[in-house]
Ligand binder design. Structure first.
Ligand code: ACO
Length: 378
């Protein structure tokens, strides 16, 4: 402890002197994890040591979720979607049809938490139950807002085909289910991103896993985190054709706009998730007709971004090729961010387990930059 500073000292000294401060916590190590390693310089992503490309090729979302929760690789791990409790359905039915899917999902998770006994510390069973619940909740909301009744889970289906079944009322073909499963795998975990950090902060107070995931959904709702793929679709529609790509990109950057699906806080190399999803998108039977345009726009955007930011490499991120995959499996763009949240629930809940296993309340300091202590005006 230091003595109180004299009253005429500048305000910054009041708080803490010259400790390092990194806006946005960029580059700050705020914890330890054995769940994933995001190697931004070399463009690598591993989950518990396994390469993301191998997991997409040989794994399924349930197997990957189980790997994240337990550390064990069980390629045949089965995880069906879970029924939506009646109380949660009542809440979803009460929402206006104009409710945004992310708001509905956040509300559903909160309502689900209110119907469960979720003692601290969180358990693998809690993680599994919540991860199996969220697809059913989103599917139920999507149907209710369209004037349709929710579809009960089919326990014989794994989580991703089960979600598509509950959304559409029919079983998806294998290629469609496989493409969305790949998206879920690459979306399931990614280090200390903003929403995961939110979840860990919440768990660190010994709050419950539903509160952690509801908070994480709120964080993911922002366009800088989870809203990008639907904006990729809008931007490609504005570009219209490959001949206009260069002019459009230059005009957008001149106006100070950001190109959706490019740039990343950690990756300085090409995002390995974008690479995996581009392969998936190109192999889809029902790929959107603008996929070729997307590939051409990407080439132009990478060239122009490199020209404008020679010192800060801005490459394609996962959201750019998430857009054609999600569109190709039949999802509407307004469901994209919430679908990302379904996938990330495995990671959020795995982080909840990891945080609780070695818990320390997350409570950083802040530089005080306000006025020096003073008297209230009389
Ligand atoms: N388009 C144009 N310029 C960009 C972009 C972009 N997509 N991303 C960064 N820049 C520019 C910034 O304007 C800034 O320029 P300046 O130095 O002249 O001001 C410079 O590059 C550095 O950008 P930062 O803001 O420091 O980058 P930060 O690490 O904070 O941002 C982010 C990362 C938010 C992802 C950013 O790249 C962005 O907004 N991208 C578009 C949105 C997007 O695709 N989001 C999805 C991210 S992936 C995910 O969440 C799963």
């Amino acid at each position: 402890m230091t003595d109180s500073p004299p009253a005429d000292r500048p305000s910054a000294d009041v708080s803490q002197g010259a400790r390092p401060y990194s806006p946005g916590l960029e580059g700050v190590i705020a914890g330890e994890t054995s769940l994933s390693f995001v190697d931004g310089e070399r463009g690598r992503l591993i989950y518990r040591g396994y390469r993301i490309g191998d997991l997409v090729e040989h794994g399924t979302y349930p197997a990957v979720a189980n790997l994240l929760w337990t550390g064990d690789w069980d390629a045949g791990h089965h995880l069906p979607t879970a029924p939506v409790p009646a109380e949660v359905l009542t809440v979803l039915r009460a929402l206006p049809s104009t409710t945004k899917p992310m708001d509905a999902l956040r509300t559903a998770v909160s309502a689900w938490g209110a119907t469960q006994d979720l003692p601290w510390p969180p358990t693998v069973e809690q993680a599994r139950a919540l991860t199996a619940f969220v697809p059913s909740a989103l599917a139920a909301f999507a149907r209710l807002r369209a004037g349709q009744e929710p579809v009960e889970p089919d326990p014989s289906l794994d989580l991703v085909p089960g979600f598509l079944y509950q959304l559409t009322g029919s079983r998806p073909d294998e290629g469609t289910a496989r493409a969305l499963d790949a998206y879920f795998i690459v979306g399931s975990e990614h280090g200390f991103n903003a929403s995961t950090f939110t979840a860990r902060v919440i768990i660190s107070t010994r709050s419950d896993i539903a509160s952690a995931v509801a908070g994480a959904i709120g964080t993911m709702k922002g366009p800088l985190h989870g809203g990008a793929p639907s904006e990729v679709v809008d931007q490609l529609a504005e570009v219209g054709s490959a001949d206009h790509a260069e002019q459009w990109v230059r005009d957008a950057l001149a106006k100070g706009e950001r190109l959706m699906g490019f740039g990343h806080r950690v990756y300085r190399a090409y995002d390995p998730r974008a690479k995996a999803l581009r392969t998936v998108a190109e192999g889809m039977a029902h790929k959107p007709d603008w996929l070729q345009l997307a590939i051409e726009v990407e080439d132009v955007a990478l060239r122009v971004l490199a020209e404008k930011h020679p010192d800060r490499p801005l490459k394609t991120n996962v959201e750019f090729y998430a857009a054609p995959v999600l569109m190709g499996v039949g999802l509407t763009p307004d469901l994209f961010p919430a679908t990302f949240s379904l996938a990330r629930t495995a990671g959020w809940t795995a982080h909840a387990l990891e945080q609780a296993a070695n818990n320390r309340l997350i409570r950083p300091d802040v530089n005080y930059v306000g006025p020096e202590e003073r008297d209230l005006p009389s």
